[in-house]
Write a protein that binds this ligand. Structure first.
Ligand SMILES: Nc1ncnc2c1ncn2[C@@H]1O[C@H](COP(=O)(O)OP(=O)(O)O)[C@@H](O)[C@H]1O
Ligand SMILES: [Mg+2]
Length: 239
């Protein structure tokens, strides 16, 4: 069959994420050469798949996630989400991709302190123009699933670390994104809470077919993912 020139091949479009030849350097100290944090990184992620990213501190894991989410641009290489190259998108389109197709979880929860749990979780839906009442209903449902049904109107400051992180997980998943990007999401929790949060996360993500890019130091969490890659000296290797 003839294909239109320039259209991605179907195999490219089947990938949720496809990265080829990504490089990123940061300027070193004065007069130093730039430091290459990512060199020729290539990877693929299918819809609904979970991928753990490990590597020592300073290896470039956060940088990789920032570049993949379009917060920073690579020096070289290409990133395609659902077949569409990030470089071909303008700021508005990248914002839209982030707001509608991604969820984010960070080591420290990044919740809005002035807002209750239910308002924090409603936010991604409100940004996607879901009416207030149904946004709140969906937020309530997912918070209840995460065991926070009696914490809906609490502000982050009165919640425990584990509870806050469950609110962050709810906020990352409530709009059923294509992919959650999580940067050491359980880093400030004890092991048991971390694994509980992660187990709930996996359960909900599986229901909505959400993929996961998980930066973690916890080998147990990494083992719970479909795939594991290690970032070392700017290179990504799969094990
Ligand atoms: N904006 C930046 N400017 C200069 N150097 C940076 C910047 N962001 C990160 N780095 C450097 O890049 C390296 C990788 O950082 P990072 O991606 O945060 O590593 P990781 O998340 O694996 O701990 C570190 O040496 C860090 O100091
Ligand atoms: Mg980091």
């Amino acid at each position: 069959m003839q294909r239109e020139p320039g259209r991605p091949k179907p195999s490219d479009m089947d990938d949720l994420l496809r990265v080829t030849g990504l490089s990123k350097s940061f300027a070193g100290l004065a007069n130093d050469r730039p430091i290459e944090i990512l060199r020729d990184v290539s990877m693929r992620l299918s819809a609904g798949q979970s991928l753990a990213i490990m590597g020592r501190s300073g290896a470039g894991k956060s940088t990789l996630l920032h570049v993949l989410a379009g917060f920073e641009s690579p020096d070289r290489g290409e990133i395609r989400w659902e077949g569409q190259a990030l470089v071909s998108m303008n700021e508005t389109q990248i914002d839209r991709l982030r707001n509608r197709r991604f969820g984010f979880v960070y080591q420290f929860h990044h919740l809005i302190e002035e807002c209750s749990a239910i308002d924090n979780v409603s936010l991604p839906l409100r940004i996607a123009s879901v009416p207030r009442q149904s946004a709140r209903e969906r937020a309530k449902a997912i918070l209840t699933r995460l065991g926070l049904g009696d914490r809906l109107h609490h502000r982050p400051s009165v919640l425990s670390g584990g509870e806050r992180q469950r609110v962050a997980v709810a906020r990352a998943l409530v709009h059923q994104p294509a992919c959650v990007l999580a940067d050491e999401p359980t880093g400030n929790l004890d092991e048991q809470s971390a694994r509980q949060v992660f187990a709930l996360f996996r359960e909900l993500a599986a229901e909505s077919g959400t993929a996961l890019l998980l930066v973690t130091h916890d080998p147990e969490l990494a083992k719970g993912c479909d795939r594991l890659v290690v970032l070392e000296n700017g290179l990504l290797s799969e094990s």
